[in-house]
Design a binder for this molecule. Sequence first.
Ligand code: VG1
Ligand code: CO
Length: 543
Amino acid sequence: MKNSVATKPYADQKPGTSGLRKKVPVFQQENYAENFIQSIFDSLEGFAGKTLVIGGDGRYFNREVIQIAIRMAAANGFGKVMVGQGGILSTPAASNIIRKYKAFGGIILSASHNPGGPNEDFGIKYNASNGGPASERITDAIYERSKAIDSYKIAEADEVNLDDIGETELAGMTVEVIDPVADYAELMEQLFDFAAIRGMFGLGFRMVFDAMSAVTGPYATEILENRLGAPKGTVRNGKPLPDFGGHHPDPNLVHAKELYDLMMSGDDAPDFGAASDGDGDRNLIIGKGIFVTPSDSLALLAANITLAPGYAGGITGIARSMPTSAAADRVAEKLGIGMYETPTGWKFFGNLLDADKVTICGEESAGTGSNHVREKDGLWAVLLWLNILAGRGESVEDIVRKHWATYGRNYYSRHDYEGVETDRANGLMGSLRERLATLPGTRVGDLVVAEADDFAYHDPVDESVSKNQGIRILFEGGSRVVFRLSGTGTSGATLRVYIERYEPDPDRHDIETQTALADLIAAAETLADIKSRTGFDAPTVIT
Ligand code: VG1
Ligand code: CO
């Protein structure tokens, strides 16, 4: 056993929306990853002899950090580590393993949708015994600890063989290498009507799933092709690569453009297209000729969820992150169930799910999930869509259009400005914040500001308060613009501008999205001086 001295504290910054994310060379500094992991262990109590789950999305540096984490878990007194074969566990699969085997918690290695490789991104986060991301109380404690830490504990031992399933022993601790897919696939079989989906594929239903050379490849191949009978080749880019083939494993219309173009290619296009991100918690849904926004997808899934056997009894409530469109609110209203608006980041859904106040949750950033785990879950959303398509026997487009006709359409778009100088981004937000009280009544073009605030969340379960979660500017008539800074970037700042307009009239449901939102986009520029303050002429990504 070695007590090493921490020469370089890991932290120069608080962990963001989803744990600590940095460039690989930062994580490769001497003692850096070790100090963060020790800060996690030092912030927890009562884990002696208990089980820790470890796994990651397979990106560059995954195996190295897993070896470190296992030896540190042994030295810190855990009784057992469960680790995915090859170091692989998708984020939702890790959440399931923690819950199913009643582990004390888990360490998930991922930078999600950010690119991977020797000079790209890496990340570490801690999940608690409910399977969900650590609460702010714990992440704050980790950060405080990291500022004071001066040593860490690590067992001196040989490398663990991560490639063979089975149990070994390391410095008095059991190490179990598990099949990363089996438990997850079994859970999906319990929730969804696999027979109905299999029947649909049997009748010639055509689907393409783009795993983006990331972690969902093995999961999608096993579930879609092996268990549901989709033809071989349905899963594309199905082999996880440490650099994701040089692409961003981000399932949006920019980085999954090939899939999008295929789905828009006319009558020969497949019936259904889907993709997931680096760590398997996001989903992109595209029907033949129609992209479904994540906000609409949440509403549609909630409205149709009882078609899936695991949810046949109905749902208790819906939660969405604040910037997500209000499409789901209309479904909750019609169903007479609770609707909760939380800050961005999955950790805020945990309490609501644990208290059974909600069954399904979603974010505009392509995240949807339910009480089956405590993370968003990309393949779960894809399978729920398939279950609904099999149950209704209609096309994606028909289902979406009928939904809009019933509830109205929430036109929605997000404009990202990536790599803005941090001071300039803070300046833009600061200036808006200072003017919040003066904005109501302001006329911008044809729009009039009704309300403006900086979103604060009061958790109804533990009564904690999270402030400064994004600036909301609401216009008369219900349209809205939201400004917030990303908490997951690794260089400079990313400004996100979320734009939403509600249109009840079915005759006006065919407008191109950016056109439908043009007056709001112009108002955002006028109110926040985006161009001059960021130095950017246009957003870097529009989704
Ligand atoms: C982004 C998204 C947010 C999501 C987070 C983690 O955060 O906007 O909705 O929860 O990524 O997603 P931010 O702070 O950059 O806006 V991922 O797939 O880590 O797992
Ligand atoms: Co992710």
